[in-house]
Design a protein around this ligand. Structure first.
Ligand code: FES
Ligand SMILES: [Fe+2]
Length: 403
């Protein structure tokens, strides 16, 4: 069946409030349609300015077939380019990260500046026009130190994300932060199952004892309302942003501040602080700031560290998870923090989730899998699925009008 007809039928058959049919998780044609409708259209979290603090620092990010170079310019700007040489197409940066005053293609040594312009192409004829052969640019937006890229020439408007996030992120002062630790996981699951998992806490009580001991209400057995009310007053008094941002009308970003359990200072397994407060924070009372930018970015920040999660699909059944832990630049390892204390909370919690997401996928592969109903407390999963389906519907319409 033609890809678009198959997809349209699946979309038309969707039963509101229920999990998706099997092909949405397993089928290659659906996956390819997702690449066009979502992954090559929307804004993707690439990393933070703390990954590339100095001019010439760069990292690469592979999204499907496109490797992207993200590099810091001489004035602190952030540039993003397709990692394909304008001579005969070789990859230019072969490493995941590095520092380079200029980008030199390893094949025949064409040389590009940080802004992507071609500055030297040896042995080319005198009339060769270098200005016509700069690296293909990738759209880039930096907000509060977070770097987002889009592979579309015409991506959705990012201004609202930047405006909404600025007051939340400013106190963290990412320009004065450092990446303390990174860890990646390759999961045998579909990317949407990770997204769904991170949009509900129905599973938190049984699955995440450490998380529930840090976050009041996460176990769904107790109310956080009273503590939240008290904390909100304190947050406002100390100038912290409290205007949560909900997903609505097909928007793709979300922000929430919520309290830790009274007496808990940080996301740590013993409830104690793990580092010095970040940026402008003076104490450990900021609670948790949670951000989501669909389709690939999750972040949780407490007063003393920030944890970022980048999700990248490698195929219907393979998903990369890249985690980073950021602390204040003045935090000294061994004196103000240890890597074990800093990272164990999210390593434990994340690894509990990876298992759930892999088990979920393996069960969906069963010949007897059929969609099931979401519980009322999974309302945010329903919102994610609706957002996803609407993007796919738009994609089908666009494909039809282009053919
Ligand atoms: S392919 Fe890059 S210089 Fe030839
Ligand atoms: Fe979880």
């Amino acid at each position: 069946m033609k890809r678009s007809i198959k997809l349209k039928k699946l979309l038309d058959n969707y039963q509101q409030g229920w999990s998706l049919e099997q092909p949405f998780y397993l089928d290659n044609d659906v996956f390819n349609a997702e690449l066009d409708a979502i992954w090559k259209k929307y804004w993707l979290f690439a990393g933070t300015i703390a990954d590339i603090p100095k001019p010439g620092d760069y990292f690469t990010y592979k999204v499907h077939n496109d490797s992207i170079i993200i590099i810091r310019g001489n004035k602190g700007e952030v540039f993003a380019h397709y990692n394909t040489c304008r001579h005969r197409g070789s990859l230019i940066c072969l490493e995941e990260k590095g520092r380079a005053p200029k980008l030199v293609c390893p094949y025949h040594q064409w040389v590009y500046d940080k802004d992507g312009s071609l500055v030297n192409a040896r042995l080319m004829p005198d009339d060769f026009d270098k200005s016509e052969h700069g690296l293909h640019p990738v759209k880039v937006e930096v907000t509060g130190g977070f770097i987002f890229i889009s592979l579309s020439d015409n991506p959705p408007d990012f201004r609202k994300v930047a405006d909404d996030y600025f007051p939340f992120l400013a106190p963290y002062k990412l320009e004065n932060a450092k990446v303390a630790f990174k860890k990646s996981y390759e999961l045998r699951t579909n990317w949407k199952l990770v997204a769904e998992n991170f949009r509900e806490c129905y599973h938190c009580g049984p699955a995440h004892p450490e998380y529930c001991s840090a976050v009041i209400g996460a176990n769904m057995k107790e109310s956080a309302a009273e503590v939240l009310q008290e904390r909100k007053v304190e947050w406002e008094r100390s100038g912290l942003a409290v205007n949560n941002v909900e997903f609505e009308n097909d928007s793709f970003h979300f922000a929430i501040r919520y309290p830790l359990r009274p007496g808990v200072l940080s996301y740590s397994t013993d409830g104690t602080a793990v580092a010095i407060p970040m940026g402008d924070h003076k104490d450990y009372n900021a609670g948790v700031l949670g951000l989501v930018v669909l389709p690939n970015f999750w972040m949780d920040a407490v007063s003393d560290y920030m944890w970022t999660m980048r999700v990248t699909p490698m195929g219907p059944s393979k998903t990369m998870i890249d985690l980073a832990w950021l602390v204040d630049k003045n935090a000294i390892e061994g004196e103000h923090y240890t890597l074990e204390h800093l990272t164990e909370f999210w390593k434990i919690t994340g690894e509990q989730d990876w298992k759930l997401c892999e088990n979920n996928f393996a069960g969906i592969e069963s010949s007897r899998y059929q969609p099931g109903p979401y519980a009322p407390i999974e309302i945010d999963v329903v919102k994610f699925v609706d957002w996803y389906l609407n993007r796919m519907r738009d994609g089908v319409l666009e494909a039809a009008s282009a053919s």
